[in-house]
Ligand binder design. Structure first.
Ligand code: FPP
Length: 251
C-alpha cells in the first residue's frame, strides 16, 4: 500500500467513530461462488484466500486490533477428500508464502484449534508463523483451523479437571482462562458472508455478546469497502450486554 493509500485508510478509520477492537469472520460461500461459475470448488477457496489477504491488510490499516477468521472447522473433515487435501495444501502454502508479508506489516499471527490433528507440514508452518511474529504490535490475526467452539469448551473443561480445580470454584473466568487464546478479547463483531444466519460452531463462548453482521455476497466477492460498511454498521449498534441502553445512546 502506498503512503497516499495508507493515509486514505487512516482518514476512513477516523470517520468510523467506534471501531470494533475484534472482528471475527465466517468466510462462507467459496464453494457456491465457484460452482455458480462452473469452476471446481477449490478455485473458490483460492479466490477466498486472495480476499482474506486484502481484508486482513485493510483491517490492519484501519487500526482493527484483532481479526479472527474461520479457515477450517472441526466439521470440515467431512468434506470430499480432494477438497480437504486441497484446502490443507492451500493453507500450508499460504502460511509459508505470506509469512514475510505478515511480518513486514507488523501482523501478529495466532492460531486456534486442535493443531495436533493437522498435517505436520501445515502445523509446522503455522507454528513458525506464530513464533516469528510473536513480538509484532499490529493487528493480531488468528487463524481458526480445525476449530470448533464446542471442542474448544471441551478442551477447556478437560484442562480445568486435570488441574484438579474444585467444581464449586469454577466460574466463567475459569473457563475463559482455559480457552485457546485467553489473552485475546472477545469479538465485538462477527461477520458472515453468503447469507446464512448461523454461527456454525464459531467462537461460541467468546461470541456471546458479539454483534452479528451478515452479507449476501460470497466471501470471494467481499471487499475492503464491505469491511468498512460492517464497521460503520457496528458503530451504529447499541450494545447492552443484558442491561439497558444508556439514555444518550441512539436506537
Ligand atoms: C466456506 O465456504 C469456506 C471454507 C470452509 C474455507 C475457507 C478458506 C479460505 C477462505 C481460504 C483460506 C486460506 C487461507 C490461507 C487461510 P464453503 O466452501 O463452505 O462455501 P459453500 O457454502 O458455498 O460451499
Amino acid at each position: 500500500m502506498s503512503v497516499d493509500e495508507s493515509a486514505a485508510s487512516q482518514s476512513e478509520a477516523d470517520r468510523i467513530d467506534r471501531l470494533p477492537a475484534h472482528i471475527g469472520i465466517i468466510m462462507d460461500g467459496n464453494g457456491r461462488w465457484a460452482t455458480s461459475r462452473g469452476l471446481p470448488r477449490l478455485i473458490g477457496h483460492r479466490e477466498g484466500y486472495k480476499t482474506l489477504r486484502s481484508v486482513l491488510l485493510h483491517a490492519n490499516d484501519l487500526g482493527i486490533q484483532y481479526l479472527t477468521v474461520y479457515a477450517f472447522s472441526a466439521e470440515n473433515w467431512r468434506r470430499p477428500e480432494d477438497e480437504v487435501d486441497g484446502l490443507m495444501q492451500l493453507i500450508t502454502q499460504a502460511a509459508i508464502d505470506e509469512l514475510r508479508v505478515m511480518h513486514l506489516n507488523n501482523v501478529r499471527v495466532r492460531v486456534a484449534g486442535r493443531l495436533d490433528e493437522l498435517p505436520h507440514s501445515l502445523r509446522n508452518a503455522l507454528i513458525k508463523g506464530v513464533e516469528t511474529t510473536a513480538q509484532n504490535t499490529g493487528i493480531t490475526f488468528t487463524l481458526a483451523i480445525n476449530y470448533g467452539g464446542r471442542a474448544e469448551i471441551v478442551d477447556a473443561v478437560r484442562r480445568i479437571m486435570r488441574e484438579g480445580t474444585n467444581p464449586d470454584e469454577v466460574t466463567e473466568e475459569t473457563i475463559s482462562r482455559c480457552l485457546y487464546n485467553p489473552d485475546i478479547p472477545e469479538p465485538d463483531l462477527l461477520i458472515r458472508t453468503a447469507g446464512e444466519l448461523r454461527l456454525s460452531n464459531f467462537l461460541l463462548w467468546q461470541g456471546a455478546y458479539a454483534e452479528l453482521y451478515v452479507v449476501q455476497k460470497p466471501w470471494p466477492e467481499f471487499t475492503p469497502e464491505d469491511l468498512e460498511a460492517a464497521c460503520q454498521e457496528y458503530a451504529r449498534r447499541v450494545r447492552k450486554f443484558g442491561a439497558v441502553a444508556p439514555r444518550s445512546a441512539s436506537p
